[in-house]
Design a protein around this ligand. Structure first.
Ligand SMILES: CC(C)=CCC[C@@H](C)[C@H]1CC[C@H]2C3=C(CC[C@]12C)[C@@]1(C)CC[C@H](O)C[C@@H]1CC3
Length: 383
């Protein structure tokens, strides 16, 4: 069984100087590269090996059949480095294969891919009532795609919190490029131990990011602390549904594939997330699995390669990269680039692991075991 929310949250010791030095060593000038694939080629080989070893030590030779509570605990103890190294490895592939908003979304008929992505962001912004001039926190902001969109949509000031220095660098560059530097700020930090004072923000949102926490109650409590009384927090959470049975090998296999392919130390069920929101102190205003809305197009169609759902021919260029065929091309190409020495070792392994994770996501969705869009909206009671 997954550990309960009552268990103690163990925090990993932060070392920002170490992380910044590692980012410089691994990514060097690639922070400035325009596209994801170009950036992938110019990494430092030795540092890449460290990132690959540090990430995959948590998953190599770990099988669902033999997984123990101790395996999961070991992963949660190193939740911050596990996630940081995952994004050191995966960010360029994400940008290449998906764009700059690292999340799924709902789709409607006739709606192009990036319009649907933006609508999902607008929806959350409206659900938590973001207004012009508000001070808003984006927890786990990636390279800032959602923060830029929500800043433009609402005229609010947004602070993006992120534990990965490479993503922060890229987020700052994109914000500057769009003339949004005065409205956006990106801060390095672990969302389990934020450096913001109590009652700092008018609203807080998290888009498919807090799943990286070792315990949801830990990150939700921090969000509660930094939110002003009366302020609202909205989250799209990645969760196993309450159909998930950890004693069922097939279920465990799917959960483990999702965790490995997506940098997650311990994904829990919907019931635990709801409990964590309440335990953190939130008054739950709304909760709903948006994947359960009767949409004509499923959220996972892109990574499932179901091209019949494509709504615009322009999307073909984006969506082809997500399909099995597109992933196969990446598999062969990264292997070739590694062999001729143009890409560092571990590039193919990362691409393969992401592909396996994508299959886990689709299997989890089709069996109603997983959702990437469990919406929870909670208010911090006014004094
Ligand atoms: C990890 C979390 C919590 C959120 C990220 C959600 C999505 C943006 C990613 C989940 C699976 C990813 C994959 C890709 C892009 C980003 C995701 C959709 C690829 C399409 C990137 C290109 C590779 O060749 C295949 C990847 C499959 C998985």
């Amino acid at each position: 069984m997954a550990p309960s929310t009552k268990a103690k949250v163990v925090l990993e010791k932060e070392d920002h100087a170490r992380d910044a030095a590692f980012m410089k060593a691994l990514h060097g000038k690639s922070t400035e590269a325009a596209g994801g694939f170009a950036a992938m080629l110019s990494k430092d080989r030795q540092a890449k090996k460290v990132a690959v070893d540090e990430y995959f030590k948590h998953f190599d030779n770990k099988r669902a059949e033999t997984e123990t509570d101790a395996d999961r605990e070991a992963r949660t103890k190193e939740y911050a480095s596990l996630t940081r190294h995952y994004y050191n490895l995966a960010t360029d592939l994400y940008e290449y294969g998906w764009g700059q908003s690292f999340h799924f979304c709902r789709y409607s008929v006739g709606e192009p891919f990036y319009q649907a992505i933006a609508r999902h962001e607008h929806y959350l912004a409206s659900k938590i009532g973001i207004q012009a001039g508000m001070k808003v926190l984006d927890v786990g902001c990636g390279v800032g795609g959602p923060a830029r969109e929500i800043a433009k949509f609402t005229d609010a000031h947004i602070t993006g919190l992120n534990n990965n220095d490479y993503q922060i660098e890229r987020a700052r560059r994109y914000a500057a490029k769009e003339g949004l530097s005065n409205q956006l700020e990106f801060v390095k930090g672990d969302f389990m131990q934020m450096h913001f004072p109590d009652n700092s923000f008018d609203a807080v949102y998290a888009i498919e990011a807090t799943v990286h926490a070792p315990k949801l109650v830990g990150v939700y409590s921090e969000i509660y602390r930094v939110l002003k009384p009366g302020g609202v927090f909205g989250v799209y959470e990645w969760l196993m549904t309450d159909n998930y049975d950890n004693d069922n090998l097939e279920h465990r296999d799917i959960r483990l594939a999702i965790e490995e392919g997506n940098g997650i130390s311990n994904m829990v069920k919907i019931s635990e997330a709801l409990e964590a929101m309440k335990e953190a102190g939130f008054e739950l205003l709304h909760h709903e699995d948006l994947a359960k809305r009767p949409d004509p197009i499923p959220w996972y169609w892109g990574i499932a390669g179901e091209l019949k759902y494509m709504q615009s021919y322009w999307d073909l260029f984006t969506v082809l990269r997500m399909t099995h065929a597109g992933r196969r091309v990446v598999h062969v190409f990264t292997g070739l680039l590694e062999t001729i020495g143009l890409a560092p070792k571990g590039t193919k392994k990362t691409a393969d692991s992401l592909a396996k994770g994508a299959d886990g996501l689709v299997a989890g969705a089709k069996k109603d075991l997983f959702t990437p869009m469990y919406l929870m909206v909670g208010r911090k009671p006014a004094n």
